[in-house]
Design a protein around this ligand. Structure first.
Ligand code: SP5
Ligand code: ZN
Length: 356
């Protein structure tokens, strides 16, 4: 199996996030991708490839060009506005553009201050930026796009994009949830631009992919199907309910399956089988999987009970759909098991894929 990866992600290395009011060590760290890379090397049968530069056009086909322009100099803006080096180390906003702030007064404009600007674009306290963040996020997009090219025109039945930072929480005009550019959404749109009639994004990260859902909510050509922790108890709290099914031309093309705490392998696989029925009914030309390994029972920020053999069975079910498939990496934070779990899921996919 082709694995697209690079060292560029190493430059995105903030050290802390604010979760539930506490400053804690950041969960989304470089060693996540490195440990998966090494496990795939040890497992054998995985071939590493470098990404190619796709430029800004595929990003701006999905994201607000003003957001893209902001991110290119966000850290410099922040650094210039900071009081001292200690504050400057990592960009985390203190004020967010909450809908109630300007209710009845028209939309806010991006403020001049680098501190204010961050809260204009970012929606949470867990998405710190450092100087190397933009380059790493650009590279993650190129990784997803290169993997997509391998499947669209490179003669490969599937490919794995080992992306970091992840992407599925980033909407058209915002960042959050450790995400800057929505790698999976950009890959899906890239396939449509290249001539695909229909593309499905199947999101199996523990968290709801609010960004991907928002980007395609009104679209009938890109289906979004997600299994995730019920937003009544889990981040991102405001999206991912079962009654969110799409709007306008996208009516019925969004499928949300909220799941309970301690969700077992069997419960998860039953939900996945149903979701795959919806995917096959939609009949996409390409499947993009947003793969999060934070469904694993040992994940520090999840509460599911999915095991390593369970993850292998998940990969088998997805491979059984027999669709050209791009697997785009999202979350998963139990560093000790990430490698084994990635190998399990991807090997499952390969086992059931014909001429994989
Ligand atoms: C890509 C991805 O997986 N992003 C996840 C972002 C989650 N950010 C904040 C999570 C807050 C979770 N609080 C859980 C406490 C568990 N003990
Ligand atoms: Zn997640």
């Amino acid at each position: 199996m082709q694995v697209v990866c690079s060292d560029a992600h190493l430059a995105h290395c903030p050290t802390h996030e604010v979760q539930g009011g506490r400053s804690i060590a950041l969960h989304e760290v470089p060693v996540r991708a490195e440990t998966i890379r090494h496990a795939l090397r040890d497992a054998g049968g995985f071939v590493e490839r470098a990404p190619t530069d796709h430029g800004l056009a595929p990003i701006e086909a999905v994201h607000d060009p003003d957001l893209v322009a902001y991110l290119a100099h966000a850290w410099q803006d922040w650094a210039a506005a900071c009081a001292d080096d200690e504050q400057r180390a990592e960009a985390i906003a203190d004020t967010y553009r909450h809908a109630a702030l300007r209710e009845g007064m028209g939309p806010a404009h991006p403020p001049q201050s680098g501190l204010g600007r961050l809260g204009y674009w970012c929606f949470d306290t867990a998405t710190p930026m450092v100087e190397g963040t933009y380059g790493a996020a650009r590279s993650a997009v190129d990784i997803a796009l290169t993997a997509t090219d391998l499947v669209l025109s490179g003669g490969h039945r599937n490919a794995y994009a080992l992306c970091r930072p992840p992407g599925h929480h980033a909407p058209r005009a915002g960042i959050g949830g450790y995400c800057f550019f929505n790698n999976a959404a950009i890959a899906a749109q890239h396939a449509i631009t290249a001539g695909a009639a229909r593309v499905t994004v199947l999101d199996v990260d523990y968290h709801h992919g609010n960004g991907t859902q928002q980007i395609f909510y009104g679209r009938g050509d890109v289906q979004y199907v997600s299994l995730h922790a019920d937003p009544d108890r889990a981040y991102p709290y405001f999206t991912g309910f079962a009654d969110e099914t799409g709007a306008d031309a996208g009516r019925g093309a969004t499928v949300n399956v909220p799941l309970p705490a301690h969700c077992t392998d069997d419960r998860y696989l039953a939900a996945l089988d149903q979701a795959l029925d919806d995917v096959l009914t939609f009949d996409p030309d390409l499947l993009v999987v947003s793969l999060g390994l934070d469904t694993y029972h040992g994940d520090p920020i999840g509460d599911f009970s999915v095991t390593t053999p369970g993850l292998a069975r998940c990969g088998e079910r997805v491979g059984g759909a027999q669709l050209p498939t791009v697997v785009v990496h999202e979350g998963g934070y139990d560093v000790a098991t990430l490698g084994a779990n990635a190998v399990a899921w991807l090997s499952g996919l390969l086992r059931t894929t014909r001429d994989g």
